[in-house]
Design a protein around this ligand. Structure first.
Ligand SMILES: Cc1ncc(COP(=O)(O)O)c(C=O)c1O
Length: 374
C-alpha cells in the first residue's frame, strides 16, 4: 500500500520527546513557549499560543474576537469541516461564498455581496497550502472594518507576495495533525500581534485562569485546550525543519507535475505566481467530461490496486447537519459543487520516493483507462 500521507520523524524529534519525559515537566513547562516563539518567529508575528488542535485554535480566536450567537462569518464551503465547525461552536452562522476555480480558495471578489450588518469576521482558508487571494481578502476586510481569521492549518511554510502565511490575518491558525507539513501528533497554534487577544486565548485554553492569578482562580468560562510539553518538544524540532520540508514537498509535487504533464484526462494543481508554496496535499481533478460517479469509481479502484487516495474535499455546505440547519443544497455554490465532484488527493509526503510516485501515476493511468471503458 502506498500511503496517502506520512510524517517525517527523525532521531532528533525522538530524543527531544524523550528529554521531556526525563525532565518530568510534562505540561505548562518550558517547551510550550519555546514552540510558540519558534513558530511566531518563523512567520514573523509577535505572539503564538499553542493549543491542542487546529480546531480549538480557530474556535478560541472567534471567542477572543467576541463572536456571539447570531453573528455571521463569511467563509468557504471548500475546506475541511473544522473551518465551519469552529463557527458553529461559537454559535455564529457561516455565510458561504463560492471559490475561485483555479486556486480553489474563497473568491475575494464575491465577499462584498455577502456582507450584511451582522457580518463580524471573514474566515479565508489556505486550501492545500495555496495562499492565492489572501492579500485581497485582507484588503476587502479592512475596507469594511472586519477582522480576518486566517485558517492556515494547511499552509505552514507558504510565502505569498513576500509574506509568510500566518501573517495576513488579524489572527491566524495552524494545525499540526500528522498529515500536516509540521506535526506535533495533535496540536494547533494561534498567531497574532495583538497582546490583548493573546491574553484572552491563554486564559481560555487554561480553564479561564487569569494572568498572575492562582491555580484555582478562574476569571471566565475556560477550557482545557493545553498542548503538552511532549508535543511542543516535537514541534520545536519540526519547526526548525520547515524550509527543508517545503523543499522536499515541492520536489515531490514537481515529480508528479512532470509525470502527469501529458495526461489530458486530469487537471493538475497549480502554484500561484508571486510565492513559494508549501504543498499540503497533491489534489488532482478529473477533466470536465467526467462526473462524480467516475471519480468515485476511481477512488475505489486506486485503493484496490494498493494506492491510498481520498476525496478532498466533499462540500462543507452539503454535509447533512449543515445543509439541514442552513437550508443549503446542491447548486448553491456551483463552482465548489463541480470541483468537489471531481477531486482526488493522491499519496503525498516529504519522503515519497520517485519510484512510488511512478507507481501512483501508472496506477492512475490504468484506472483512467478503465473509466474510459465504462
Ligand atoms: C483547513 C483546515 N482547518 C482546520 C483544521 C483543523 O485542524 P485539527 O485537525 O488540528 O483540529 C484542518 C486540519 O485538519 C484543516 O485542514
Amino acid at each position: 500500500m502506498i500511503h496517502l500521507s506520512r510524517p517525517d520523524i527523525t532521531e532528533k524529534e525522538i530524543s527531544a520527546v524523550v528529554d521531556v519525559l526525563k525532565s518530568l515537566s510534562l505540561s505548562l513547562g518550558p517547551k510550550v513557549p519555546e514552540f510558540e516563539n519558534a513558530i511566531a518567529k518563523y512567520v514573523g508575528r509577535k505572539y503564538g499560543v499553542a493549543v491542542n488542535s487546529g480546531t480549538t485554535a480557530l474556535y478560541l480566536c472567534l471567542e477572543a474576537m467576541g463572536i456571539k450567537e447570531g453573528d455571521e462569518i463569511i467563509t468557504t464551503p471548500f475546506t475541511f469541516i473544522a473551518s465551519t465547525n469552529c463557527i458553529l461552536m461559537a454559535r455564529a452562522k457561516p455565510v458561504y461564498v463560492d471559490i475561485d476555480p483555479v486556486s480553489l480558495n474563497l473568491d475575494p471578489e464575491r465577499i462584498e455581496a455577502a456582507i450584511t450588518p451582522r457580518t463580524k469576521a471573514i474566515l479565508p482558508v489556505v486550501v492545500f497550502g495555496n495562499a492565492w487571494g489572501l492579500d485581497r481578502v485582507v484588503e476587502i476586510a479592512k475596507k469594511h472594518n472586519l477582522p480576518v481569521l486566517e485558517d492556515s492549518c494547511e499552509g505552514l511554510g507558504t510565502i505569498y507576495k513576500g509574506k509568510k502565511v500566518g501573517s495576513f490575518g488579524t489572527m491566524s491558525c495552524f494545525g499540526f495533525y500528522p498529515n500536516k507539513q509540521v506535526t506535533t501528533g495533535e496540536g494547533g497554534m494561534i498567531l497574532t500581534d495583538d497582546a490583548n487577544l493573546v491574553d484572552i486565548c491563554v486564559s481560555l485554553r487554561n480553564q479561564g485562569r487569569g494572568k498572575g492569578g492562582g491555580w484555582l482562580a478562574h476569571e471566565r468560562l475556560g477550557y482545557n485546550f493545553r498542548l503538552p510539553d511532549i508535543n511542543c518538544a516535537l514541534g520545536v524540532v519540526q519547526a526548525s525543519r520547515i524550509d527543508e520540508f517545503r523543499e522536499k514537498r515541492s520536489k515531490v509535487a514537481h515529480t508528479y507535475l512532470r509525470l502527469l504533464a501529458d495526461e489530458k484526462r486530469i487537471i493538475l494543481p497549480t502554484e500561484p505566481e508571486n510565492g513559494q508554496m508549501s504543498w499540503f496535499v497533491f489534489v488532482i481533478r478529473l477533466a470536465q467530461k467526467y462526473q462524480q460517479k467516475h471519480r468515485d469509481h476511481l477512488l475505489k479502484s486506486m485503493v484496490e490496486k494498493g494506492v491510498q487516495v481520498s476525496n478532498y474535499f466533499p462540500p462543507v455546505h452539503l454535509q447533512p447537519f449543515i445543509a439541514q440547519q442552513f437550508g443549503c443544497k446542491l447548486g448553491d455554490f456551483p463552482i465548489t459543487d463541480a470541483v468537489c465532484q471531481r477531486t482526488m488527493a493522491i499519496p503525498f509526503h516529504n519522503n515519497l520516493p520517485e519510484s512510488d510516485a511512478k507507481i501512483v501515476v501508472d496506477t492512475l493511468k490504468k484506472c483512467l483507462d478503465e473509466l474510459d471503458r465504462l
